[in-house]
Design a protein around this ligand. Sequence first.
Ligand code: BES
Ligand code: MN
Ligand code: ZN
Length: 488
Amino acid sequence: MKLRFTNKPSKTALLIYPVFEKEAVRDAGIKKIFAQLTKEKEFEAKLGQTFFLFEKAKSLPAHTLLLGLGKPEKLNVSEIMSAFGGAVKQTPHHRPHTIAIILPLQLHKYMQDIVEAAALASYQPSAPYKTGKALKKLKEQQVEMFEVVGADKKIQQAARKGLVIANAVNELRDWVNAPPNFATAKFFDEKAEEIAKETGAKLTILRKKELEKLNMGALLGVNRGSPDEARLTILDYMPANTDPKEPPLVFVGKGILFDSGGYNLKPRGYIEDMQLDKAGAAAVLTLIRLLPKLNIKRRIIGVAPFTENLIGKHALKPSEILKTYSGKTVEITNTDAEGRLVLSDALAYAVDQFKPKFLVDIATLTGACMVALGDRYAGLFGNDKDLMEKLRAAGEEVDELLWPMPLHKNHSEKMKGVYADLRNADLGSERNAGASKGAAFLQEFVGKTKWAHLDIAGPGWTEDPKKYEHKGATGFGVRVLARFLEKL
Ligand code: BES
Ligand code: MN
Ligand code: ZN
């Protein structure tokens, strides 16, 4: 999607015209129509309600979609994004290529959210794969231009920022939706190279040889079933005038390109969408990509371990004992608890190598977190209240919600090994507190570094999309982390 600023919506545009409940409509041209619709209870401007007008109001474009916003004093970001996302999703039936919008004064502060919602809603998950007629139809329905009518400089800037963020999130959705024969380790090498070029970040990609030298036994262990080498991809963003001695902020993302479960193979119903298991890593790469565009002037490092988790004659087996980068040993009680293994090496390496001011990891770590919180909230864990609260508050501002979860000594107890220092999955009480125990395992590898862990197994992927989402990858994580950094 692109943006255009105008004083008058173009004739061929579909105008989204927001209306509050019981409002005397601003535009004289539709005052009468609105009064009539309200009387007949056809359209009462309830939140999210829409009504399509065709050539009814002379002063407006032929295609105008009234969008109800309820009572202005009750509005928040989540409702705004849902309402505008829902309206944009309706446009394929009308005239989608250009959408125009006129914002009343009360909505000016939501400009960025509205553009984000519109661009996110216009995403087409299957566009990279359809051919022929189906592709043609998708192209016909694609929203290409978003016109903002009568915006001043400040609002224009907010709109531009929303567009940059949403377009990046849409591309991230493509990466996460992409099946493992498209989104390979090599694919992400190329993405990381593009991001390095775009942002000036320094790119390091550690492969098998280097990982062996560094004794990253956990990442290498998970990788053994895959024909492709594991990667530890590092993007070090150091904008001009930052002090190299200042401790950096580090973000680590889980990049399992396909999680079959390994020898603890996932059954039917649980394995089909496991390309989603790279959503954390993809979010971290996208976050780095946005830093210069958001004008963030700090040294920030993104770290992403990439591998598949497969079976095969070389694959990791239950009962094996791995030596991690940190020196701690782990007995494998379940090959399907692979995310914490790859993250253990990535986290310990980040702590050791970069001595971060703080560390945030983001991962589709546990089905248990999804069972606990569903697909609207990510689980929020950590060892630093202040860091956690800042993340939570940022999430609320952008409708990417995080819910604080417990991390107790008892959870750590359960992750102690019988033979080795640790085990990667609890045995005996494995159905209890799975998300907290996953977090407790990770905590073993961050030492005293301030750390937060976002378990996005629920909200990273959805079968029940929000109005500005689609089935499959949601792109969750980038907007909350970006907002968090902006406010720091
Ligand atoms: N990638 C999964 C978690 C997951 C499940 C993400 C569903 C998204 C949707 C993770 O690697 C996993 O398999 N976790 C296990 C851990 C268990 C074996 C301790 C789980 O949640 O069952
Ligand atoms: Mn798994
Ligand atoms: Zn996994």
